[in-house]
Structures are given as structure tokens and as C-alpha cells.
Write a protein that binds this ligand. Structure first.
Ligand code: ATP
Length: 587
């Protein structure tokens, strides 16, 4: 039952990819015509041979032999030319379709909310964008075409065979019955195995990606052998599934090979009897057998084509699992630009739970950050500070309540303009495999070198001048060639480069030494003077930047006030700060 459902969903999802075939429909029609033309010419050859055997050879007529020989030669050359045309243009359209699907997949991944990426392993996404798309390309370029051509060849040849000698022709037609039985049994198991293999490829890609990213941790804990064992187990699983899949295909292909060969043997014996009885000429028998030989390849390849179609179905299922995921954080139809804003940010009875979790992380948050004010968020680890600030640029949407910017619900604003207004720097900064300049200008592509240098100076990131190619230095995957503190300062410079009205800084100085932190804070104070800022703070020293502090505990705001007010009146605040100070000292 489940297999039937899987099969239906696979067929449906594969069929949905037809929109990618549309721009290439003329090319595809040309391909089909070239393939069918080649096959038709191939079919005509045995019919010419029949004429040769029953005509010039039987009547010892050399002139007739030359004419028919020339015709056979012409047919051979035509078939070769058509095959060349088909092969020449076959891959370009499939590669074009693959590229378009890949671009759509990537664009959709960008539209999907952070919550989607929290749930999905990156290796699974990687495998979908690479291996699964290659399977679909193979099907679109070869499988689909040959499925069509081979089935047409089969139907035409069997019709000709019946016309040549109907009892033997019906025998050949009847051989389709065991083929159908074999293919039904095959598709039942192969679909599951194919899906399992694609999932395991994704798991393995995730392992490689995580190990590459976490190599320092792996090495520093001396866990290479452990990780290798884990990877080995995954690789073994994948190998076993691949072997299982290969064997299923081999077993089925052998049965597909057997049927036409057994039928051929039967035709030879029965055909000889018919010739002896005078009901069939030798030329007709030769033509019959030659035509029947033309069925061997289409039938033998059917096992591979059906297997390829099954793999394409499961790959298409996997790709649609991503393409069908709704981009839940999108512009409303009537969303408007934020326009010039004063910068008041208000949390209005905000509740938030992560998708799939029943426990709210934030509970009834009411908080107002006035235009130009800097508010520090303080609280024990895991109390919800990062979650709270992530709601402002709508990395997640509130579960209940609302967040307003100058009185407008952020969900009513266009996302691009909201994200222009709100600049963000996180504790774990991501730098991309691009030059320093490109990394910095992510939020403002038109920034001049002077503006970039100003932002770098504010973030105390002048070390960029000492990099081998200055702003043009590629900072490598995730900026690994830079220290944690350097990366943090680049991320900070990136956030302030666009001079946003609202700045969200999630502990962006945690990796800096005390001296550099003090310098950054001094420079930042000027930026923060006229910017609304939400500052997640772990180190007591950073609180100096804030006009006001909010103490978060267990997802609730338990106190707000100036640092000195809270210090004097809220014991829990003193406790959180002294704990943080101890950790900072220990570090
Ligand atoms: N993507 C996520 N999916 C599900 N739960 C999450 C996710 N991110 C965080 N959480 C949970 O939400 C709670 C609050 O996490 P959050 O990162 O907001 O805390 P925090 O106060 O910023 O912590 P820290 O000070 O350690 O950075 C934690 O219990 C955490 O386990």
C-alpha cells in the first residue's frame, strides 16, 4: 500500500517537472523525431535484406543486388547521421533543465525561513542540489527519450512481425506478459531502495560537511578515529544499499535479457518448421529474425530505464520536499516600505515558541526601546535573549503579540525595507568566501571605500590594511583564516556600514580581548548615540554602552531600568552579572 502511495507521489512529482521541459519542447520534439527516424531506418534494413534474399540472391541477379545494396548503404548512413544529431543535442537541453531547476531550488532555499534551515541538515540540501538533480538530468536526457523510443520501436516491430507471419508475431507479442510481471515486481522494491540510497547520500554529505567545519574540534579532542568510524559506518550503509540496488537491477536485467532470447530461440525452431512446410520463405524468416533482433536492445535496456525512472521519481520527491516547503516569512500583498523611521521598537505582549515545540521560549514580552536609545538585554544563558532580538528583523515571526517599528507591525512592512532599517551582527559571525570588501558590502552594495574604511575604523578592524591584498583579500570559507575576534569585528563593521536606524547586536564583542573591547566600545558609543540599539550582553563591561537594561529570566522581562538602578534594587540582576564576571575572568 505504502509503495503504491510512494509510486504515485513519485510519478506526480516527476510529472510536475514538465514545466522545465517546456522551453525545450521544440528541441525535445526534434530529438524524438531523430531517434524515431533512426529507429525507422533501422527497421527498414531487415525489410531490404528480405528483398535481397528472396530477389537478387534467389534469382542470381547482380544488378538488383547492387541497387538494393546501395539502398542498404544509404539507410545505414542515414541512421548514423540521425544518431549523431540526437547525441549532439541530447545533453545540452538536459543540462539546461538541470541548471534551471538548481537555480530555482537555490532561490527557494533563500526564501525559506530560518526555522526551515534549523530543521534541515545542510548535507541533505547539498545532496538534493547535486546528486538528486543529476539523476533527474539523466532521466530527462536518456531515460525519458528511450522509454518513448523503445516502446514505440517495440509496438512497431511487433506489428510488422504479426504482418510478416501472424502466429510467430503473436508469440513475440505474448513475450511482453512476463516482462510486465518482472517490471512490476522490480519497481516495488527498487523505489524504496533508491530513496534509501539518496537519503544515505545526504547523511554522508552532512557528515563530511560537519567534519570539515568542525575539524578543529575533532582534532583538538583527538577524535579523528571516532569520526572516521562513524563515517565508515555511514559509508558502509551507503555501499550496502548501492550493492543491494545494483543486484536488484542486475537480477531484473537478466530476466529482461532472457525473455527476448528465449523467444528468439522459439522463433528459430518454429520458423524452420514453417519454412520446411512452405508457409514461410527463407527471406521472410531472415527478415523476421533480423527484426526480432532489433527488439533485444530495447527490451534489455528497459530494466535500466525503469530503474532510472524510479530513481528520478524518488529524487523528484526529495526535491519537491524542499520546493513545496512554504516560505512562511514573506511580504503581505499590501506590505509597504518602512520609509524614513525614527526608530521606536516596541514588543507588545510577544510570545514565541520554536516550530514543533510546545514550550514558549518568550512569554508576554512588553518592552519599548525609544528612538536613539540603547537597551541591553541581560539574562542567564538560554533565557531567550538571542531569540528575542531575532524577532526584530523577522528571522522568526512572533507566535502571538506583535513587534512594531514606529507603531507599524513589522509584518506589515516589506521585508527588504525592514532589513535595510535593522542592521544585525551575531556572536557567531558568518563570513562568506568572498573578498573583505564584498563581505562588508553585503548590506550596502554601493558603499564607497571611504565608508568601508570608516566602518572598519569604528569596529577597530584596521587589521584589514595589513592583509595581503587589503580589502580585496579573500577571507576564505567562513573566514576561517581570520581569528574569532577579527571575524567579529568585520561582522560589526558590516552591521554599522549601512548606518541602520535600528541595530541588533547579539554579543558581538565576546571574542575580543579587554583592551580591544574597550576601544570598540568607545568608537561604538558615537554610532549608538543616535541609533536605536538592542544589545545582547554577556560581559558586564559592555553594559556601559547601554542607556537602559532589561533583565530577562525564563522568557520573561523581570526588570527594566538603568544599570545602577537594577544593581541597587534587583538581586537577580546582581547575581547574573557576578556570574558573568566570574566566567569572563575565568576565560
Ligand atoms: N532554533 C531553535 N530551535 C529550537 N529551540 C531553540 C532554537 N534556538 C534556541 N532554542 C532554545 O530556545 C531557548 C532560548 O535560546 P536563546 O539562544 O534565545 O537563549 P540566549 O539567552 O540567547 O542564550 P545564550 O546566552 O546562551 O546565547 C533555549 O532553551 C534554546 O534551547
Amino acid at each position: 500500500m505504502r509503495t503504491k502511495r510512494d509510486h504515485q507521489s513519485g510519478v506526480r512529482n516527476l510529472w510536475r517537472l514538465r514545466r522545465y521541459l517546456r522551453p525545450y519542447r521544440l528541441q525535445f520534439a526534434g530529438l524524438v523525431l531523430a531517434a524515431l527516424g533512426g529507429t525507422a531506418v533501422g527497421i527498414a534494413v531487415p525489410l531490404v535484406i528480405r528483398r535481397v534474399v528472396d530477389g537478387p540472391i534467389a534469382h542470381r541477379d547482380p544488378h538488383g543486388l547492387i541497387a538494393l545494396g546501395a539502398l542498404a548503404l544509404l539507410l545505414g548512413v542515414t541512421e548514423a547521421a540521425l544518431t549523431f544529431i540526437r547525441r549532439w543535442s541530447q545533453s545540452s537541453q538536459a543540462l539546461g533543465m538541470e541548471a534551471t531547476i538548481r537555480q530555482d531550488l537555490y532561490a527557494h532555499l533563500q526564501r525559506l525561513p530560518v526555522a526551515f534551515h534549523d530543521r534541515w541538515q545542510s548535507g541533505q540540501l547539498l545532496a538534493r542540489a547535486t546528486a538528486d538533480l543529476s539523476v533527474i538530468r539523466r532521466f530527462l536526457s536518456f531515460g525519458l527519450l528511450f522509454l518513448f523510443v523503445n516502446l514505440t520501436t517495440y509496438a512497431v516491430v511487433v506489428a510488422l512481425l504479426i504482418r510478416l507471419h501472424w502466429p510467430l508475431g503473436l508469440l513475440v507479442a505474448g513475450s511482453a506478459v512476463p516482462l510486465v510481471v518482472v517490471s512490476r515486481r522490480f519497481t516495488r522494491t527498487y523505489l524504496r531502495t533508491s530513496r534509501r540510497m539518496q537519503d544515505e547520500q545526504g547523511d554522508l554529505a552532512t557528515q563530511v560537511e560537519e567534519t570539515a567545519r568542525g575539524l578543529r574540534t575533532v582534532k583538538s579532542f583527538g577524535r579523528q578515529a571516532f569520526m572516521s568510524r562513524q563515517f565508515g559506518a555511514g559509508a558502509d550503509r551507503l555501499r550496502n544499499t548501492a550493492v543491494d540496488k545494483g543486484r536488484q537491477l542486475a537480477g531484473t536485467s537478466a530476466q529482461f535479457d532472457l525473455v527476448p532470447n528465449l523467444t528468439l530461440a522459439a522463433v528459430l525452431v518454429l520458423g524452420a518448421v514453417e519454412v520446411a512446410a512452405g508457409r514461410l520463405t527463407i527471406g521472410e524468416l531472415v527478415a523476421f529474425v533480423t527484426l526480432q533482433l532489433m527488439l533485444i536492445w530495447p527490451i534489455e535496456s528497459l530494466g535500466w530505464i525503469i530503474g532510472n525512472a524510479q530513481e528520478a521519481m524518488t529524487a523528484s520527491d526529495r526535491i519537491h520536499e524542499v520546493l513545496d516547503a512554504p516560505p512562511s516569512i514573506v511580504d503581505k500583498p499590501d506590505a509597504r516600505a518602512a520609509g524614513p523611521v525614527a526608530g521606536e521598537v516596541r514588543f507588545d505582549d510577544v510570545w514565541f515558541s520554536y516550530p514543533g515545540s510546545a514550550t514558549p521560549v518568550l512569554r508576554g514580552i512588553c518592552l519599548t526601546v525609544r528612538p536613539g536609545e540603547t537597551l541591553a538585554l541581560v539574562g542567564t544563558t538560554g533565557c531567550g535573549k538571542t531569540t528575542l532580538v531575532s524577532l526584530v528583523p523577522r528571522l522568526y515571526d512572533v507566535t502571538a503579540g506583535r513587534i512594531t517599528l514606529d507603531g507599524h507591525d513589522v509584518r506589515d512592512l516589506r521585508l527588504d525595507s525592514l532589513r535595510e532599517v535593522v542592521g544585525v551582527a551575531f556572536e557567531e559571525p558568518t563570513l562568506f568566501s568572498m573578498s573583505v570588501r564584498e563581505n562588508l558590502a553585503l548590506g550596502r552594495t554601493d558603499a564607497t571605500d571611504d565608508e568601508i574604511h570608516e566602518a572598519l575604523a569604528l569596529a577597530q578592524a584596521d587589521f584589514v590594511d595589513d592583509l595581503p591584498w587589503g580589502l580585496d583579500t579573500r577571507v576564505g570559507e567562513q573566514g576561517l583564516s581570520l581569528s574569532g575576534g577579527q571575524r567579529q569585528r568585520l561582522a560589526l563593521a558590516r552591521a554599522i556600514l549601512s548606518r541602520p536606524r535600528v541595530l541588533v547586536l547579539d554579543d558581538p564583542l565576546s571574542a575580543l580581548d579587554v583592551h580591544t573591547e574597550a576601544l570598540v566600545e568607545k568608537a561604538l558609543a558615537g554610532v549608538l548615540a543616535d541609533t536605536t540599539a538592542l544589545l545582547v550582553v554577556h560581559r558586564p563591561s559592555t553594559i556601559a554602552l547601554a542607556d537602559r537594561v532589561a533583565l530577562l529570566a525564563d522568557g520573561e522581562i523581570v526588570a527594566t531600568g538603568t544599570h545602577s538602578e537594577l544593581l541597587a534594587t534587583v538581586p537577580a540582576y546582581r547575581a547574573v552579572l557576578s556570574e558573568a564576571a566570574e566566567i569572563a575572568d575565568a576565560a
